[in-house]
Design a binder for this molecule. Structure first.
Ligand code: SAM
Length: 185
């Protein structure tokens, strides 16, 4: 699957889950990862890696003994990541992000230090969104962060209801420009 055209194809096939016409920019990736303390992070969860632009960024910065769980529903994106990213620290799960708890338990973890989410909250089914956010609040370490990008400010109310503190920054160098929500439990 070619990087850019593959994304467009998946968008038209799976509009209700992919939620983007193109992969995110490296600028947005850096903005998403700016507040992560990679010295402290031992367990990181990524939701919706797509073709892996944030996955690569996380692995490049992550400690040698840390682990990254990436949940991706779309099988073609999973295959693309498997082909292009070879890293033993990555646990790629072709499952819904709702299953964070099961994956952590299987690897004997109780919490995750950080959650990096690209899930398109504006389009995914309401029940899935509720399940994912409930799992995030349950399994995110109290000193951790939930970082999410969206193309609008529509998620502000929901994320403020879910987390204690929500900081929003604009990331203009992306197609389309995005908002990065950094949330504290
Ligand atoms: C907007 S794309 C972002 C992809 C990539 N992180 C980027 O920024 O370029 C959202 C991704 O979330 C995935 N996704 C949607 N719902 C999901 C769910 N419930 N669990 C896991 N992944 C999901 C989609 O398949 C898609 O790859």
């Amino acid at each position: 699957m070619a990087k850019q055209s593959g994304f467009l194809k998946e968008f038209f096939k799976e509009k209700k889950t992919v939620g983007a016409l193109a992969p995110s920019s490296k600028f947005l990736m850096r903005r998403m990862l700016k507040d992560i303390d990679f010295d402290k992070a031992k367990v990181i969860v990524e939701l919706g890696p797509g073709n892996g632009v944030f996955t690569k960024g996380i692995l490049d910065r992550m400690a040698k003994d840390a682990i990254l769980f990436s949940f991706e529903l779309n099988e073609n994106f999973c295959n693309y990541i498997r082909e292009t990213i070879k890293d033993d620290r990555l646990v790629l799960l072709n499952q819904s992000a709702e299953h964070i708890g099961d994956a952590l338990k299987e690897y004997n973890f109780h919490k995750t230090d950080y959650i990096i989410s690209s899930l398109p909250l504006a389009v995914i089914p309401k029940k899935v969104k509720e399940n994912v956010l409930s799992a995030c609040t349950k399994y995110l370490d109290p000193d951790g962060l939930y970082v999410q990008f969206q193309y609008s400010l529509n998620a502000k109310k929901l994320l403020k209801e879910t987390f204690n503190q929500v900081d929003i920054k604009f990331a203009p160098v992306n197609i389309p420009p995005a908002f990065v929500y950094t949330c504290k439990p």
